[in-house]
Design a protein. Structure first.
Length: 194
């Protein structure tokens, strides 16, 4: 007998560092708590307050590399000397159970997901300007100046890829950016529920 549960929707929210992805994802989850949030694996050290298994799965580089060899990641990338990835089985399990899922990942990872899962709804969060991104990164005070400069160095290439996403949402005002994302999410959820 075939499973009658309809597959959930997969939303991928991406964009340059400091653009507000995390804040917007939190807003979506607060207003739509049935949408699950994928937890990425990383080799970077936890930031203050981050909890293993809640914010990330913190792995050693060796553990991560073994999982890459085993094909366990739907996407993975290296940034600033650290590896980041999303577990394929976790994503498939959530979707097959009929739940929708948000991935908050970098641009390279988002495009890997797009190539493997055609049904994914990719949302690129854009910033008003490069200068505004720089200010936001320094304001959050979670990275060294060198890490921030490394992040800014790849922003241009990330911005050049935004046309490959299903939607581009400008985050010049958090309220209107959220409303735009919510409209996209509700449209995706309605496709699943029909």
């Amino acid at each position: 007998m075939k499973n009658s549960v309809k597959r959930g929707s997969l939303f991928v929210i991406s964009g340059p560092s400091g653009v507000g992805k995390g804040t917007l994802v939190e807003m979506v989850r607060k207003n739509h708590p049935l949408i699950a949030l994928s937890i990425s694996a990383t080799t970077r050290k936890p930031r203050p307050g981050e909890i293993n298994g809640v914010h990330y799965f913190f792995l050693t580089r060796k553990e991560f590399e073994i999982r890459i060899e085993l094909g366990e990641f739907i996407e993975w990338s290296e940034f600033a000397g650290n590896l980041y990835g999303t577990n394929r089985k976790f994503v498939e399990k959530i979707l097959e159970e009929g739940h929708s899922l948000i991935l908050e990942i970098d641009v390279r990872g988002a495009l890997q997901v797009k190539s493997k899962m055609k049904e994914a709804v990719l949302i690129f969060i854009d910033a008003p300007s490069l200068d505004e991104l720089r200010k936001r990164l320094f304001k959050r005070s979670t990275e060294s100046e060198e890490e921030i400069q490394n992040r800014l160095a790849i922003v241009k290439s990330e911005l050049e890829k935004k046309h490959e996403f299903s939607y581009v949402v400008l985050n010049d005002n958090i309220g209107s950016a959220y409303k735009n994302i919510e409209t996209i999410v509700l449209k995706g959820l309605n496709k699943v529920n029909k």
